[in-house]
Write a protein that binds this ligand. Sequence first.
Ligand code: PAF
Length: 280
Amino acid sequence: MLICKTIAEMRSAAAALRDAGSVGLVTTMGALHAGHMALVAAAQADHANVIATIFVNPTQFGDPSDLEKYPRTEQADLAMLQAAGVAAVFMPDVDTMYPAGSETIVETTHLANILHGAVRPGHFRGVATIVTKLFNIIGADAAYFGEKDYQQLAVIRRMAHDLSMPTTVHGVPTVREADGLAMSSRNVRLTPDDRAAAPVLHRALLAAEQVIQAGGTIEDATDAIRAMIADVPQATLVGLDVVDARTFTPVSGRATDTLGIMISAQFGDVLLIDQKETTP
Ligand code: PAF
């Protein structure tokens, strides 16, 4: 497995891999878990070679202490990628990706600033900017992103479409722990008490799905979620949004098309997010 630290190294390795066959890309911030490996497996199913990136992107963190506390497990990450048969890994440092004088940003001006984006100003701009740079450096045929980060996936799809990017964007279903908690690099920062409480997010999403499928309204479903979260003292609900899964516009009343229900909650100083698509 090739490890590239500079843009020039990565460009030339990616060009050689593209000459050998199609290339799938998995972008990550490291602290890899089974959810990331599902992205790698999906990319490997479609492509001759997979390139992964590990870069904790400072421009998508609002709170500097959140960036500082983000788990970093470089050696374990590399071992997992190597064992999975990834062809090359790009691990640039911050100065490589944002040299002094960088001023260009990429922003999906509407989608980045609604819903989860409204509570995390600048977050999706940081994501779109770094993903654009990684797409430009690697030139993969396709890139794979987790559905757990539902709005992030919508932002990246919108951006790739609007900017006529040649890399196809694929979503991959969320991988869960046995108790339903969505896998996330942030889970390791939960206290044992918060970790035990955190599966309430998935239980609440399942309860909301049952309400919708029994003919209830979107408001009935969000009431069910709020009640379940309120019952768990470790959890503070931060965001709860229901959108049309196709258009990503907020919906209310009785559902007619597939919905995306997005939830975020604070457990101590850890913000967890989860999501469920539901068809009435
Ligand atoms: O989902 C992530 O890990 C990050 O937001 C991404 C897409 C790698 C951009 O930094």
